[in-house]
Design a protein around this ligand. Structure first.
Ligand SMILES: [Zn+2]
Length: 414
């Protein structure tokens, strides 16, 4: 074996574990007693977990903060501010800011990402070029799937339809969408149809921003579920946000959730962003503006959580730490029981890996050695303390080490 990690704890049960790695793959998992290897890591009782997955992010506008103040704090104003900026972003500017975001993500153990790329009349394919340059720069460090994202609509501006086809031919991997960017539900249905035409032609997954609004009029998630089944694209479609769910009545929510489960749609909640942008027009009580996470999970839907934005006009915070996003999700979705906390911890790991249809993800013999040695001993400990990612390994190669500590200036008290 090239590498053995000793004194670890299994991410699922907390049992003692050693992991052996050969040629980038896990070749042995045992409680103890693995033979000596060329290189050894002492996990010092930390958890060994498969690395994290960031399923929904926007690299191009990460850290666009100075001079982009969102006075109302709403999604609408954020989109307006960004629309004025995005046409003039030099490629090196996109690459520079995105690189900072990606380095932080890798330090936190993220080795896969889906990033939405604005495709519209203002952006043209220019932003795609910036994203492709970033993807190239980080090749071999983090896998990035690019989603062609028509944020300003397709039916509303048919010129964008051609750009979407071109984007898929020129390096985008996934077909995005935003049906509620259209004028009504009929146009939203056509928007989804167009996306499926492109996705089917390219054998690509579909990953849309869906019903990111407090307005219960919008239930394009139902249309997406219906068209997913009609097109036989079960398991290959993702719906991000789904905020309007929190404004629907229970009857509508129940009906749509059932269809989402049948269509095997993955749902990504962006709890930090949704809590910040939604409900701005409400007096008290204010809606939380997030997807109905627990109801979706109960119906068997694969639910995960995403960072979405990093310190920009949409969101003032963020640290590219999936554990922070999972913690905020747990708060927003009332996930406080141990099994619910475990579920929140699994969202940026097993759930997101399923969403991206990653192969050989996990901690079994034969899986790729994409691992995090995490300073935690359980799911609740992982979310509560969001401890150091002591080691981040990609295919058995150490990419990052983090070790923070306190220098006490008084005698030990415990
Ligand atoms: Zn987004």
């Amino acid at each position: 074996m090239d590498l053995v990690i000793r004194n670890g704890k299994l991410d699922s049960t907390g049992e003692a574990v050693e992991v052996g790695i050969t040629a980038g793959r896990i070749t042995a998992v045992a409680h103890e007693g693995l033979p000596a290897a060329e290189m050894e890591i002492d996990a010092q009782g930390c958890m060994i977990s498969p690395a994290f997955v960031e399923p929904h992010f926007h690299l191009e506008n990460a850290l666009l903060w100075e001079g982009a103040l969102n006075h109302s704090g709403t999604l609408e104003e954020a989109i307006d501010i960004y629309a004025k900026i995005k046409g003039d972003m030099p490629i090196e500017d996109i690459v520079g800011r995105a690189s900072l975001a990606l380095q932080s993500a890798i330090a936190h153990g993220v080795l896969w990402m889906r990033s939405h790329v604005d495709i519209d009349r203002t952006a043209g394919l220019h932003i795609l070029e910036g994203n492709k340059a970033v993807r190239q720069k980080f090749e071999g460090l983090i896998d990035i799937q690019l989603i062609a994202f028509p944020q300003m609509g397709l039916v509303r501006d048919p010129a964008v339809i051609d750009l979407m086809w071109q984007a898929m031919e020129e390096g985008a991997d996934v077909v995005g969408g935003m049906p509620h960017a259209e004028r009504d539900m009929d146009e939203a249905a056509r928007h989804i149809e167009i996306a499926f035409e492109i996705a089917l032609a390219h054998d690509a997954d579909v990953d849309m921003h869906v019903d990111e609004t407090d307005d219960p009029y919008w239930h394009s998630l139902e249309l997406l579920a219906e068209q997913t089944i009609e097109n036989g694209w079960q398991g290959r479609v993702t719906a991000g946000h789904c905020c309007a769910m929190s404004a629907w009545d229970d009857a509508l929510a129940g009906r749509v959730i059932e269809k989402v489960a049948q269509a095997e749609i993955n749902v990504i909640t962006m709890a930090p962003i949704n809590l910040m942008l939604e409900g701005r027009g409400d007096s008290h009580p204010k809606r939380r503006g997030i997807a109905r996470v627990k109801e979706l999970l109960e119906a068997g839907v694969n639910v995960t959580c995403g960072q979405d934005d990093l310190q920009n006009m949409f969101y003032s915070f963020g640290n590219m730490d999936p554990l922070e996003v999972a913690l905020i999700t747990a708060h927003a979705a009332h996930m406080s029981a141990p099994h619910e906390i475990q579920m929140a911890f699994d969202m940026p790991r097993y759930h997101a890996a399923k969403n991206l249809r990653l192969q050989n993800y996990g901690l079994q013999v034969g899986d790729e050695a994409n691992l995090v040695v995490l300073d935690a001993h359980s799911a609740v400990d992982a979310l509560r303390r969001r401890g150091d990612r002591r080691y981040v390994l990609r295919q058995g190669r150490i990419l990052a080490e983090t070790r923070t500590g306190v220098n006490w200036h008084f005698p030990a008290m415990t």
